[in-house]
Design a protein around this ligand. Structure first.
Ligand code: GCU
Length: 836
């Protein structure tokens, strides 16, 4: 007993995830003795990042090494960890200070570790803090090597965009309520906001927009300017600057003007005044983010002004303060009509922005989503990156997985981001990687960088999912250096978050690296986008919602063919928005890569891919492969039992189990949809064949009635069963004819918002299990809930290793609750290894 306790002593029983990658967990094993015996932070002002760096070093030494080290603002360099700026080092140590200023640009740092002497020199205070976090990251990963290097950011703009609303909700947020706002005001308790700034600073994010792009004009009333000033105050010690999204119509809505025309003198004066009020309270305010003329938001086009005139309106009052405007290229208001073969939402950004190149002020940055549509599972790099050589640009990514499983599906995003970052646009037939365009390098722009939409909430895990945090970590690391390897970054994150045990690192690495390909496999292949329900929540499958809507995310699937013809010769002309070499590649089916075929071309389901498969057979194979991979994640994670603390182990297992079930739902929905559309059979005979599945509607029902589900493809056999009324109980039973043996028994049901039905499952009177469909109402699964029986509410519970006898009577009793009529879809009695 004692032995067992000792063995597990290093593993905390429960971790909530709140410390994310800054846990400073105690290292076990050999720790070198040559470590700093004091910490010198060369600024004692509590709001200074250098002071924060001293506190972090102290915390880190204590946590990681169990070593209590005092911090002071003066001291010697030898045998100390000294942190400060170039100027502070020179002041404190004169000629013995490291002579590194020539190696550093803004926010950069130099780190020297020589045994017990550690020098961390920032170009500015923020850089010094980054350096302290870097050193702590080395220690936390058990890396005690001597190093000496300088590192500088790839670009000055490394921002976060929050989509927090003033009422405390978060758009596309799956991790609880806002850490900034509630009830129209800034929260009085900003503890979590400060903790968030700490996380951001450790990954070298230098500014955060705190409110949603669909901005509320109240954000800039005088009360809220004071309020966001308090957020800036808690950000400041971490070197994170505050920025705000603006509503273009604020002069009218808040200012009482009769116009918001960007050329109107009153409007210009209004914004000048707001800007002054903000800088009075927040002298280090970073700037504005503007979504205008998009999805119904007001903007300059309302007054026939250009987007450049709209952007410059905000830019000018910011100039004296050094602020910038991030003007979003996600602009489309003229909603297209699918009956027009040439119509294409993807064309909007280049059409609107390219003619304005050179007209944006120097402190305007056009912020461009990675693809031309909207954070889909696969999109080509936005051609706008190639079309603005005389304009500052930044890349917009999304850490929040709006269309990518909403943090209930593991999807490690950097491999997806890399497809865009490393894409060569061949501007003027020269190498023009997107990553070199956004840093400003390719076109010699002074300003550039990136922003990522990050929807952390008050949930202890921040994003609602432990594993999803790797995306936030990786975003910051990549924004500093876009050439980093996705897997290496992931492994750093894993060691910091879950410890250095090699099996933990390799398992999480394998799962995460396989996760985006798996998700793409079961959610939308060959560049047809994510086949989410785009009219409701963007979570579960609903392929038919992509077409015949005004949203322009069309697939143009019919009975014989599929894909958007975006060629110049016969289609929407989108391919012509790329520079000549790239345009030529995408213009032809032969040279378009398989994974973007349906983005650029409309082809028959029988079209042969480069892989040799037909489009339709690829669909079938990919969806089966994707669901298979998601199922394997469960077993891989289970292998970490005892190697990861119990709380996080259980919470991740819960999500992986959900994902495995939901991946089967995705698989079946999409293959059924295209099987139905094309009438072409799966060569491998899997589609529609479920030898181990028993449809609920085919069971003997008492108090349950069949219910035809819409869309048909999200329920097995298109039909579920529901209790006869919303207050009664139903029973579904069937006699099993499977050979006696041990099986996993899975029950597919629907967990709707607004009810917590309860269920029991038995075999010939032996209880197998009971459960309540409450994961959505209790927020246990953070995805956007659904009040319907559909692809979002579809879920499954699996009982493992159940002993089943031939002739057993399987019985499910469901009790309705609230709006939820204990809906059931089917039961699978699965022999080992079968995923169905
Ligand atoms: C997506 C998202 C919206 C968001 C928009 C944007 O369409 O669903 O909620 O406002 O992107 O980026 O502006």
């Amino acid at each position: 007993m004692i032995l067992k306790l000792l063995l597990f002593a290093g593993l905390a029983a429960a971790e909530t995830g709140r410390d994310a990658w800054l846990r400073y967990a105690r290292l076990t094993g050999h720790i070198p003795s040559a470590l700093p015996s004091s910490i010198v932070a060369l600024n004692s002002s509590t709001s200074s990042p250098v002071h924060t760096a001293g506190q972090e070093l102290q915390k880190g030494f204590s946590g990681i090494l169990g070593k209590q080290v005092a911090v002071s603002s003066t001291g010697k360099q030898a045998s100390s960890a000294v942190v400060g700026t170039v100027a502070q080092f020179q002041k404190a140590f004169g000629s013995s200070a490291p002579n590194v200023s020539a190696e550093l640009i803004e926010d950069g740092f130099w780190l020297s570790v020589k045994g017990s002497t550690v020098q961390i020199v920032g170009q500015n205070e923020r850089g010094a803090l980054y350096g302290a976090f870097e050193y702590l990251s080395m220690l936390a990963q058990g890396n005690f090597t001597n190093v000496e290097f300088a590192t500088n950011p790839a670009a000055p703009i490394r921002w976060i965009n929050s989509w927090d609303n003033m009422d405390g909700s978060i758009t596309r947020g799956f991790g609880g309520a806002s850490v900034f706002f509630a009830d129209g005001l800034v929260l009085s308790n900003l503890t979590r906001a400060a903790e968030y700034a700490r996380l951001l600073s450790s990954i070298r994010i230098n500014a955060a927009v705190v409110n949603d792009v669909n901005a509320d004009f109240h954000t800039v009333n005088s009360t809220n300017i004071q309020g966001v000033g308090r957020i800036a105050d808690v950000f400041r010690p971490y070197g994170v600057q505050l920025a705000l999204s603006l509503d273009f119509a604020t002069p009218m809505e808040l200012g009482g003007l009769s116009t918001y025309d960007p050329l109107d003198d009153g409007v210009i004066a209004f914004w000048g005044n707001i800007t002054e009020q903000i800088y009075d309270r927040i002298p280090d305010f970073a700037g504005y983010l503007v979504k205008a003329d998009s999805e119904g938001t007001p903007g300059p086009l309302v007054y026939n002004r250009t987007l450049a005139q709209g952007a410059n309106l905000f830019a000018r009052p910011l100039v004296p303060h050094g602020g910038i405007v991030m003007y979003r290229a996600f602009v489309y208001n003229q909603l297209p009509n699918e009956s027009d073969w040439q119509a294409d939402r993807a064309n909007a950004a280049v059409n609107l922005f390219a003619p304005l190149d050179g007209q944006f002020d120097d402190n305007v940055v056009v912020q461009i989503k990675y693809g031309p549509i909207d954070f889909q599972v696969r999109e080509p790099a936005s051609p706008l990156f190639a079309n603005l050589p005389q304009t500052n640009v930044a890349l917009e990514l999304q850490v929040c997985q709006e269309y990518l499983g909403q943090q209930t599906h593991l999807v490690y995003l950097p491999p997806l981001w890399r497809t865009v970052l490393d894409f060569d646009l061949r501007v003027q037939n020269e190498t023009s990687l997107v990553r070199d365009v956004i840093t400003g390098e390719r076109f010699n722009r002074r300003l550039g960088g990136s922003a990522a939409v990050v929807n952390v909430g008050a949930n202890e895990t921040w994003l609602g999912s432990h594993l999803a945090m790797s995306n936030l970590y990786a975003y910051g690391r990549l924004a500093w250096d876009w050439s980093l390897d996705s897997e290496a970054v992931l492994q750093d994150w894993t060691r910091l978050t879950f410890g250095t045990e090699p099996t933990v690192v390799s398992t999480i690495s394998t799962m995460s690296m396989a996760s985006w390909p798996a998700y793409e496999n079961y959610s939308g292949n060959l560049g047809e986008q994510t086949l989410n329900d785009i009219l409701y929540t963007h979570f579960g499958p609903n392929p038919q919602t992509l077409d015949n809507t005004v949203w322009g995310q069309w697939t143009r699937a019919d009975h014989t063919s599929i894909g958007m013809d975006r060629t110049v010769s016969n289609g929407t002309g989108f391919s012509g928005q790329y520079p000549a070499e790239v345009a030529a590649m995408f213009e032809s089916v032969e040279t378009t890569p398989d994974n973007l075929l349906l983005w650029f071309h409309h082809v028959n389901y029988t079209q042969k891919l480069k892989s040799g498969d037909t489009v339709i057979q690829h669909f079938y194979d990919a969806h089966y492969e994707g669901a298979q991979t998601a199922a394997e994640f469960v077993g891989m994670w289970e292998g970490l039992e005892g190697k990861v603390d119990e709380q996080r182990f259980d919470e991740v297992l819960y999500r992986q189990t959900f994902q495995a079930g939901h991946a089967i739902l995705w698989r079946d929905a999409i293959v059924n949809f295209y099987h139905n559309a094309s009438g072409i059979a799966d060569e491998k005979g899997r589609v529609g064949t479920h030898p181990w599945r028993i449809e609920a509607e085919s069971m003997e029902l008492d108090g349950y009635v069949p219910y035809v589900v819409s869309p048909f493809e999200v329920a097995s056999g298109a039909t579920a069963i529901v209790t006869a009324t919303n207050t009664t109980t139903g029973t579904a039973s069937t006699t099993l004819g499977f050979p006696s043996g041990t099986y996993d028994v899975a029950v597919n049901y629907f967990d709707m918002f607004g009810g917590n039905s309860s269920y029991s499952l038995s075999l010939s009177g032996r209880t197998v299990g009971t459960w309540v469909g409450n994961a959505v109402d209790t927020g246990k699964l953070g995805h956007t809930p659904s009040i319907y029986i559909d692809g979002h509410s579809a879920t499954r519970i699996t009982f493992k290793g159940v002993s089943v006898r031939k002739g057993d009577v399987l019985k499910i009793v469901g009790r309705a609750d609230g709006v939820e009529p204990a809906p059931l879809d089917y039961v699978s009695v699965l022999p080992a290894g079968v995923v169905d």
